[in-house]
Design a protein around this ligand. Structure first.
Ligand code: CP
Length: 307
C-alpha cells in the first residue's frame, strides 16, 4: 500500500494507510524489545539529509535504519554540504538519489519536501519543511495517543503555543480531524493557526474552537499538545521576546485541568512545560519521543517495500 510512496504531509493519508503504519510500528516495537536482530532492510542505504538542526528526528531515523539492518549516509548541517556552495536543492537531491534507496530530509524552506520528492526516483520522507509540515512527528504522535489513551477518536485535544510556525501542529491537526476529534487552538493572536489550515480542517468536518484561555481549555481537554515558540522563524527578535513565555504549563495548572489529561510535546522544550510536570503520570513527552523509533522503522520498511 505504501511501497514506493513519498511521505510529504499528513493530508495524504487514508485511515487504512494509518492502520498499516501503526500496526507495523507495533510489530517492530515488539521485535526490538524482544532483542531480535532485524534484517528487513539489509543491503539498503538510507540518506538522512538534515539542513536544519535536529536531535530526535535525525537520530531516531538513523537508529531506525540501523535497527532494520540498513546503512545510513548523513548530512548533519547545510554548512557541511554543497548547499553552502550554492547548489540547488533539486540538484542535491538528484545526486543523492543515485546513491541510496530512500531519502529522509529536513529543510528550512516550506514546500521543500515536494521539490525534493519531485527530483527523486526513490521514496522520499519529509522530516520537516520549514513552517510547513512534519508528518513523521504526527504519526508518532498518534502512535503515542493510541498507547496512552487506547483510542484515536472521541478526544478533545488542545493545541497550545506557536500554531503559526509550528509544523508539528499543522501535521497533527489533519490526523486529529480524520479521527473525528474536537480541537481547541490556544495561542497569542500573532501565532494563530494559519487561516488556510483552519479552513481546510473545517471543510474536512473538524470541530475547532480558537481561544486564548488556556486554563478553560485544559478543564475540558483529554490531551494537551504543547509547542515551543519557534524562535528561528521570527524575522524580528523583539517580536519573539514579546511572545515567549505567554503560555507555560506547570504542575499547578495541570492539577486544575481535566482529570487524566495527557500531555504531549514534540520536543525540544524551552520553558513552556515546567520540569515540575515531568513526574505527572500523564506527562508522555519522553515516551512520545521514544515511540518515534518504531514509527520511523515502520515508515522506512513500508516505503521501501521491505515489510
Ligand atoms: N520533534 C522534533 O522534530 O525534534 P528534533 O527537532 O530534535 O528533531
Amino acid at each position: 500500500m505504501l511501497k514506493g510512496k513519498d511521505i510529504i504531509n499528513t493530508a495524504q493519508f487514508s485511515l487504512q494507510e494509518l492502520d498499516l503504519i501503526m500496526n507495523t510500528a507495533v510489530s517492530f516495537e515488539k521485535r526490538v524489545k524482544d532483542g531480535e536482530v532485524i534484517k528487513n532492510m539489509e543491503g539498503q542505504v538510507v540518506a538522512a539529509l538534515f539542513f536544519e538542526p535536529s536531535t530526535r528526528t535525525r537520530l531516531s531515523f538513523e537508529t531506525a535504519a540501523n535497527r532494520l539492518g540498513a546503512r545510513v549516509i548523513t548530512v548533519a548541517s547545510a554548512a557541511s554540504s554543497s548547499a553552502a556552495k550554492g547548489e540547488s536543492l533539486a540538484d542535491s537531491i538528484r545526486t543523492v538519489d543515485g546513491y541510496v534507496d530512500v531519502i529522509v530530509m529536513r529543510h528550512p524552506m516550506k514546500g521543500s519536501a515536494q521539490i525534493a520528492a519531485d527530483n527523486a526516483v526513490h521514496p522520499f520522507i519529509n522530516a520537516g519543511d520549514g513552517s510547513g509540515q512534519h508528518p513523521t512527528q504526527a504519526l508518532l504522535d498518534i502512535y503515542t495517543i493510541r498507547k496512552e489513551k487506547g483510542t484515536l477518536s472521541g478526544h478533545t485535544v488542545t493545541f497550545v503555543g506557536d500554531l503559526k510556525y509550528g509544523r508539528t501542529v499543522h501535521s497533527l491537526g489533519y490526523l486529529m480531524a480524520l479521527y473525528g476529534n474536537k480541537m481547541i487552538f490556544v495561542s497569542p493572536k500573532a501565532l494563530r493557526m494559519p487561516e488556510e489550515i483552519t479552513a481546510d480542517l473545517r471543510s474536512r468536518g473538524a470541530e475547532i474552537e480558537e481561544t486564548d484561555d488556556l486554563k478553560k481549555a485544559l478543564s475540558v481537554s483529554d490531551i494537551v499538545y504543547v509547542t515551543r515558540i519557534q524562535k528561528e522563524r521570527f524575522e524580528n527578535p523583539v517580536e519573539y521576546e514579546k511572545l515567549k513565555g505567554l503560555y507555560i504549563i506547570n504542575r499547578a495548572l495541570i492539577d486544575q485541568a481535566k482529570k487524566g489529561i495527557t500531555i504531549l510535546h514534540p520536543l525540544p522544550r524551552v520553558d513552556e512545560i515546567s520540569t515540575d510536570v515531568d513526574d505527572y503520570e500523564g506527562a508522555a513527552y519522553f515516551r512520545q519521543a521514544h515511540n518515534g523509533l518504531y514509527v520511523r522503522m515502520a515508515l522506512l520498511a513500508l516505503v521501501t517495500g521491505r515489510v
